[in-house]
Every structure is written in C-alpha cells, then in structure tokens.
Design a protein around this ligand. Sequence first.
Ligand SMILES: C[S@@+](CC[C@H](N)C(=O)[O-])C[C@H]1O[C@@H](n2cnc3c(N)ncnc32)[C@H](O)[C@@H]1O
Length: 206
Amino acid sequence: MPSKPIDTSPYTVEYPTLTPPIAWPDIFGDDHPVELEIGSGKGLFLTNAATANPGHNFFGIEMAKKYAHKAAERVAKQGLANVRVLPGDALLFMAKYVPPASLRAAHVYFPDPWWKARHKKRRVFAEPLVLDLERALEPGGDLHVVTDVEEYFGVIRALMATHPRFKIQPEPVVRTPEHENDYLTNFERKYRIEGRPIYRSHYRLG
Ligand SMILES: C[S@@+](CC[C@H](N)C(=O)[O-])C[C@H]1O[C@@H](n2cnc3c(N)ncnc32)[C@H](O)[C@@H]1O
C-alpha cells in the first residue's frame, strides 16, 4: 500500500506569502531567538539543531525545491514546531526580507564550490552575503561556516578578515558520531566517511 503523503505545509514558507521585511514572530508564532541556515539540503542540521535547542527557532532556506521538500518532510515527520523551510534563494531573502539585528545565528554548511573559474561568481559566500549577515545578525550573534574545499575556506577567511566586526572564535569541538544522524549535515556525513579534511570557522559579531 502506498504510504500516506506527509503534510509539510505547516513547516514550509513560500515566497509569495511573504512581504518584506518579515517579522519572525509572524512566521514562528513566538519571539524565540532565530537561527538561519543557508542551503539546508535535506535538513539534517535543522532537525538535529531544533531538537537539541527547543527554545530557538530554525529557518532553513534551500534553493533546490526537491531538497527543500525533503527537509520539510524530515521536519514534519519529527513534528518540530520550531522549524520552517523556505524553498528559494537565500541571497534574496537575506538582502530583502530579514530585518536588521534579528538573527541569533547563521549557518552556512558546505556551500557549493563552483570549481570552474568562470562560475566562481555564483558562490554564495561572498561580499554581498557577508554585508547582509553583518546587518542581519544581532550584536553577539554567531556565524558558522563549514566547507571541505581548502581554497574556498581561504577565500572565506580572507573575506571575513576585511569585516572586523566579525571576531573569530575558537574552532568547534567535533564529536565522534555514534549513529548515522549524528553529523552536522548530510554532506558532513558523506565527507567524513570518505575521510576528507573539513574546514570550520565560527565568528561572533561584535
Ligand atoms: C553542497 S550542498 C550542501 C547542503 C547541506 N548544507 C549539507 O551540508 O548537507 C549546497 C546546497 O546549497 C543550496 N544552495 C545553493 N545556492 C543557494 C542559494 N542561493 N539559496 C539557497 N540554497 C542554495 C544547493 O541547492 C545545495 O542544496
């Protein structure tokens, strides 16, 4: 018998329903601190983080509709009332929809590296995003960035050094996973199993 479709609508936010600038309490129904993830993929970070921090709200933005739907399904299956997923472009959301000083934290995990020189301008982690993060994070807010691409990591570090309000923090302690969901994200799981080096940065806005 085919399995019953999961209703993801309570956990999904669609661009046409939003008017910029948004008010987070309208989205979540409370005024808990908000953490935003750019490029959520299949949503492993969202579900793990929302379960571990029920007093925070988590907003994931994922450009690929298929993955955004998978992430929302994962959230719906776990009934996590403190998560929403927006299918669409996170750069547009950051530039136009997020109110200033309204985010407790932002997470960018394994952003697409766009290897070819002529495609590098498509990278998400670039000057416009950093300017938007500087505006959107509250003072003392955290930015977490992780990549497996050493060259991209160097570019990110150099770019962040030109934004002195972001103070680099000690590297996070990485735990040994005890089960298959005990990873930061799906890409982290894949790359750690492959034994690839992973580069992590944590910044705090002064
Ligand atoms: C390499 S995957 C990593 C996914 C997830 N963070 C993980 O670690 O498993 C990068 C993701 O970012 C998404 N992405 C790329 N550009 C984006 C944008 N401008 N807005 C939202 N998502 C974006 C892609 O669709 C893709 O799912």
